[in-house]
Design a protein around this ligand. Structure first.
Ligand code: HEM
Ligand code: SF4
Ligand code: SF4
Length: 688
């Protein structure tokens, strides 16, 4: 089932990836740099955020005005910075979601990759609150909604005894201190944890791609700047606790779960969020588990050069002091838990050369399931029957096309785990032993190799830029690198293979490396238009779900009543004087003359409108000893118009009637927000 979902996901992914390959080229395709692109958008957020911080005022009165000043008066700079800040935050979520989906559908989250996968989850718990607190600071109508719903969520946790949401129900209860706390959380607290979290996320990876290629950065920045100029980010009217707008433009990227609070209690939403996070966390260990045999070091052949350590993309090899008494200083040691059995280290080992004459070829490090010796035998066997003057041998990795259909009398195929599994000496060997006239290395998408660095190392080794280098005597025109993708572009591949085959007999009129260039992914003549369209579409996707669909928080023609107060029930037992005899029995430091049992009665509240009971609850006292206040917080939607309200509360444990009552008649206007409170000193209810 899981693999069916993954296969379907791969198909969905690879279609746009193929189109973008045509426009951007394989290496500069943004869909192949999603993790680093997310980091780049976070950079834009940081830089624009610093500008905003300079002008932002952290107070209830100043917050909205200062943001408006930037947006309207300083639109050319402050406004652009604000828009960049918002849109880059949304773009980061778009690339982040794609990053997660991609790792999942291509099954790059199991085995040793579990570490990156699991450490990604806390990043979600940091980046989403980062956006939420940002919306809070603007102090517009959306901010008020965000403040209320976030507080309702936090109130459901056993952290605060009083209701936090009550702080946002009326102008009187708003406090500047809260704003300062929020600004600190948004500007300093969460970003610090996020940076630290990203560092942990990639720290076990060898050479993580932290920055996307420069051209991608330019494209991403330009798309955000143009978006900011064409469609500047705006506030949604100053926050007014006395009014509830019927609908809001919700940023669905950050606030996706908030509307659920309209239908479900906060505890249910917490269960959903925590359950989903836990499910992601355990995903790497869910069946079907696959763990091929990891590479083994053969000390007889290891000279301690350390190339395998440099090339392993997953830091799964360490150098250790020599243990077998040989003259070399160190030896390679494989950390089995981190090894993904890609074989890239085998391709880096100087001893993994097919030229060795020993009958059983053994490398310093080798894949037990597909040793260098086995690969050499496979090549010999596959090329044996080849005929003609344009004989081709194709090496294909597991991430490239299924090329079986190309096998014929002049084309042989050898399948590998990763293209970097074979050292360059194999190409030399095939050509110098005249096993074929040309060699094609067909790897998975360049810049997006299944094993991260396999394509890059292969290219560098074949270009003689990285050890082990392709020997100079090998004619470049007889080697082609074909960066392909499974499922798509097969037609392109066929054309490329045929084009390369043709070059094999026309060596003199083909320039250096032209052959391999021909078989790289074909580039469309309208590339610049494609690139502009792709970034334009990305900008639209980044902004569209921040304004559409609008979230209707209140049915048309309705108003809201918030019941909210804290009140301590009477004590279960009255205080009484201790007798002398009782005092004598107590240790001297505990001889208080009066004894006051702490436990309190619950508070019962009933609220009706036009003689219909809309709310009736018995609220338990807070605190471990049941001695704290009972807190009521409830929002009730009512049609606008005239209503007779009555409220009753009992705090003495009585089952019939109430200790305090209040009545009033109000004419509610559409979108009006009325708060019902209890004044403990005057023992009266207030409707305001
Ligand atoms: C702020 C959020 C995140 C950022 C900035 C980020 C960035 C990155 C970067 C730069 C890499 C290294 C890519 C490479 O060099 O090949 C990476 C790898 C990875 N990320 Fe993320 N990531 C984020 C969140 C997540 C999340 C939420 C998950 C999954 C739950 C995830 C799963 C992975 C996995 C599995 C890898 C390893 C890929 C491999 O070994 O081939 N990431 N991430
Ligand atoms: S096979 Fe080699 S390169 Fe690949 S993960 Fe294992 S040790 Fe690293
Ligand atoms: S590359 Fe080969 S020879 Fe060099 S340290 Fe690794 S296993 Fe030993």
């Amino acid at each position: 089932m899981l693999s069916v979902i993954q296969k379907a996901g791969q198909l969905i992914f690879e279609l746009p990836q193929k189109w973008l390959d045509r426009a951007f080229g394989n290496t500069l395709n943004p869909l192949r740099h999603l993790g680093s692109l997310t980091i780049f958008f976070l950079w834009i957020v940081l830089v624009s955020g610093i500008w905003i911080t300079i002008f932002f005022q952290t107070s209830v009165v100043g917050a909205f005005e200062s943001v408006e000043y930037m947006t309207v008066d300083q639109w050319y700079l402050g406004g652009v910075m604000r828009s960049l800040h918002r849109y880059a935050s949304d773009a980061a979520i778009v690339t982040l979601v794609l990053h997660i989906l991609k790792e999942f559908v291509f099954d790059r989250y199991r085995s040793a990759r579990w570490f990156s996968w699991v450490t990604g989850v806390p990043l979600l718990w940091l980046i989403i609150p980062l956006g939420i607190t940002g919306y809070w600071l603007v102090w517009d109508q959306l901010a008020l909604y965000v403040a209320l719903i976030s507080s309702e969520m936090l109130d459901a946790l056993p952290i605060f005894t009083d209701s936090m949401a009550r702080n946002f129900l009326s102008v009187e209860s708003l406090s500047n201190r809260f704003f300062t706390l929020m600004a600190f959380t948004h500007i300093i607290g969460l970003p610090i944890f996020l940076v630290f979290g990203i560092w942990i996320h990639v720290f076990r990876i060898n050479g993580p791609k932290i920055n996307p290629p420069r051209k991608i950065m330019i494209g991403a920045l330009m798309s955000m700047i143009v978006l900011s100029l064409v469609y500047p980010a705006l506030s949604q009217g100053k926050a007014d606790p006395a009014l509830v707008p019927e609908s809001l433009a919700l940023d669905w990227y950050y606030l996706l779960v908030y509307p659920l609070l309209k239908y479900w209690p906060p505890a249910t939403v917490w269960v959903l969020l925590i359950g989903f996070s836990l499910l992601i966390c355990i995903a790497p260990w869910l069946p079907p588990a696959r763990k091929p045999a990891v590479v083994k070091v053969d000390l007889e052949n290891c000279n301690g050069c350390g190339r395998c350590v440099d090339d392993c993309p997953f830091s799964a090899i360490e150098m250790a002091p020599r243990s077998d008494g040989k003259k070399y200083a160190s030896e390679a040691v494989v950390l089995d838990d981190l090894c993904l059995s890609c074989g890239i280290c085998v391709g880096s080992c100087p001893t993994a050369t097919p030229f060795r004459t020993r009958s059983a070829l053994s490398a310093g490090i080798d894949l037990p399931d597909q040793t260098v010796n086995v690969v050499r035998d496979l090549v010999t066997e596959a090329t044996q029957g080849l005929e003609g003057s344009r004989r081709l041998l194709i090496f294909a990795c597991e991430g490239s096309h299924d090329l079986d259909t190309y096998i014929n009398q002049n084309t042989a195929l050898v399948n590998l785990t990763c293209m970097a599994q074979i050292p360059p000496s194999f190409v030399d060997w095939v050509l110098s032993r005249d096993l074929a006239d040309g060699v094609i290395l067909s790897g998975c998408g360049h810049g997006d190799c299944n094993y991260r660095l396999g394509a890059a190392w292969t290219e560098q080794r074949m270009n003689r830029e990285r050890d082990p280098r392709l020997r100079k005597r090998v004619d470049d025109k007889k080697l082609a690198l074909l960066w392909a993708e499974p499922w798509c572009d097969l037609q392109n591949t066929a054309t490329a293979i045929n084009a390369f085959r043709q070059t094999l007999t026309t060596p003199d009129n083909v320039s250096d490396r032209e052959a391999s260039a021909r078989v790289e992914t074909r580039r469309h003549p309208f590339r610049p238009i494609g690139i502009a369209l792709a970034w334009g579409l990305f900008a639209v996707v980044s902004v569209i779900f921040t304004v559409w669909p609008r979230f209707s928080q209140l049915a048309e023609g309705n108003a809201i009543i918030s019941l909210t107060f804290s009140h301590a029930g009477q004590r279960l037992e009255e205080c009484r004087k201790r007798s002398q005899e009782e005092l004598n029995k107590l240790p001297p430091n505990m001889r208080k003359p009066t004894q006051c049992p702490r436990e309190r009665y619950p508070v019962r509240v009933s609220f009706s409108a036009d003689d219909e009971v809309l709310y009736e609850q018995t609220l338990l006292p807070s605190g471990v000893w049941n001695d704290g206040e009972s807190t009521i917080y409830n929002r009730i939607e009512l049609p606008a118009g005239s209503h007779k309200f009555s409220i009753g509360m009992s705090d003495s444990g009585r089952e019939e009637g109430f200790d305090y009552t209040g009545q009033t008649e109000l004419i509610l206007t559409e979108g009006q927000h009325v708060v019902v409170e209890f004044n403990g000193l005057q023992e009266t209810f207030i409707f305001r």
